[in-house]
Design a protein around this ligand. Structure first.
Ligand code: LRH
Length: 474
């Protein structure tokens, strides 16, 4: 009986899921037991996550998981990065803001007035994203920050509610901008230089360590029939996804493609060169101390937000696979390739109008039909993916021979094929649920169900998950 069962909670920007994973030396399977929407809410003060609804849905999903699999002995939580809740005396002080809320611009100005971006990059290794936690904290009212005693990133907040233990998991903490890239400890000097309260940052914890046991009430409510730990995983979803990319890290680039396209390579040491800074790359903390040298590319967001707008206008659902099929028939030469990373595409809103404006400013014809818009978005994403994957290899000293696409984007055959075509490299697509698998794998290793380095964990993914291959066409 060599094998065991764990549960993973994986919260994405558009939906969340609870997964039960079975892991053994030759086994890795993950089944989704619950899937729930993540619908951000606009109030007059801004765009928020409905974090209690998410926690409620995660708990409901875990209940289903324990009902289906009484043998679960560990739970791990991951989500999107950078966002946080402020607490005092264990009480959440307000709904966490969504990173697409506009309030962060003031924070960027305030932080850069004290330390310009190049200086920050040397310390924290991060790409300038206006929503990185340090900018968000700098945009908080000072009296609120002074009143709070703890700030917890979203997965850490769920972990705290499950166990009563407040920690900051390292991979996700690396996206705050307040962790030193050199040793992945809180940068006390930076925190005080920015005038932020050091006391709200909890002690750090690394993937594989035990956060704590389920609180007795929680264990009862979940129907857990034995002692159950919450294990720290790569709680930054992208860190978990990279664990489960079936790649040879010395010869491949990866694209973790969901709402965002996180495009990069895995390296042993941070790359802090002027080239990396100019190319707007980031050095995020990976599991086992690896470095995720990557860039945020706008991702499927541009497509889903476009479709959401059309659905609202039509008052009816759109069949996305059917729409993609008509887009595949459009002549690629007829549609504009626009810069998906233009900041105008970051906030929610009318994407086709923004594409039109971009085209007008750049003197190119805008798309005409819906199929042409979709094709234009796919071509533009594929171009950004290809260019960025190749740049990542150059910056990280990795001889990229294959591009792996994991996450929901691996289901988009047109996007995978066009990325291969535009890069002139084969694309290997899958697993779709890489994030959940990476979460499961790190828990399984902590429980002793599997052993070894990330290479051994990836080898298990290779042996259990058949990818889909796309050869580049001329
Ligand atoms: C992807 C992701 C990405 C972050 C963004 C905020 O879900 O975690 O890595 O940059 O969300």
């Amino acid at each position: 009986a060599s094998g065991g069962t764990v549960a993973a909670v994986d919260l994405g920007a558009t939906s969340g899921r609870v997964i039960v994973g079975h892991v053994g030396p030759d086994t890795l399977d993950a089944g989704v037991v619950a899937r729930f929407p993540n619908d951000p809410v606009h109030t007059p003060d801004g765009l928020h996550w409905d974090v209690l609804a998410l926690y409620g849905a995660a708990v409901g999903g875990l209940r289903d998981a324990f009902r289906a699999e009484p043998g679960i002995r560990s739970v791990g939580v991951d989500s999107w990065a950078v966002d946080y809740g402020l607490l005092r005396g264990g009480r959440l002080l307000g709904n966490p803001f969504h990173y697409r809320d506009a309030r962060t611009a003031a924070g960027v100005e305030a932080v850069h007035a004290r330390m310009p971006h190049a200086g920050l990059f040397a310390r924290n290794g991060l790409q300038l994203l206006p929503f990185n936690t340090l900018y968000q904290l700098a945009a908080e009212p000072p009296d609120l920050l002074g009143f709070a005693d703890t700030a917890l990133l979203i997965p850490d907040l769920l972990g705290y509610w499950l166990t009563g233990v407040a920690r900051a998991e390292r991979t996700n903490a690396s996206t705050t901008g307040l962790l030193r890239v050199a040793d992945r400890e809180w940068d006390d000097d930076l925190v005080s230089a920015l005038g932020l309260p050091r006391g709200i940052l909890p002690p750090l914890i690394s993937p594989g360590e035990t956060l704590g046991m389920l609180l007795p009430d929680v264990a009862v409510s979940l129907g857990a029939d034995g002692p159950t730990a919450v294990t720290a995983v790569g709680s930054h979803d992208t860190a978990s996804a990279v664990v489960a990319v079936p790649m040879r890290a010395d010869a491949a680039a990866y694209i973790s493609c969901g709402t965002w396209g996180l495009v990069g390579v895995e390296v042993a040491q941070p790359v802090l060169t002027a080239d990396a800074l100019a190319a707007t790359f980031t050095n995020e903390g990976g599991v086992d101390g690896r470095v995720r040298l990557l860039r945020n590319v706008m991702g499927l967001w541009v497509l889903t937000e476009t479709v959401r707008g059309w659905e609202r206008a039509d008052g009816a659902r759109i069949d996305l696979p059917a729409l993609l099929a008509t887009a595949a028939d459009v002549d690629a030469a007829r549609v504009p390739v626009f810069d998906v990373d233009d900041a105008r595409f970051l906030p929610p809103g009318d994407m086709p109008a923004r594409i039109d404006a971009w085209c007008a400013e750049h003197g190119v014809a805008r798309p005409g039909t819906r199929a042409e818009y979709v094709r234009s978005i796919v071509e533009s994403l594929a171009q950004a993916f290809a260019t960025t994957a190749i740049a990542a290899g150059r910056l990280g000293g990795v001889d990229v021979q294959t591009i792996h696409i994991v996450g929901g984007g691996a289901l988009n055959a047109l996007l995978c094929q066009r990325t291969a075509d535009r890069a002139g490299l084969p694309v290997v697509a899958g697993p779709v649920e890489a994030t959940a698998l990476g979460n499961v794998l790190v828990q399984a290793r902590a429980l002793g169900l599997v052993a070894g380095s990330l290479e051994a964990l990836r080898d298990l993914v290779v042996r259990t998950h058949e990818p889909r291959r796309f050869e580049p066409r001329a």
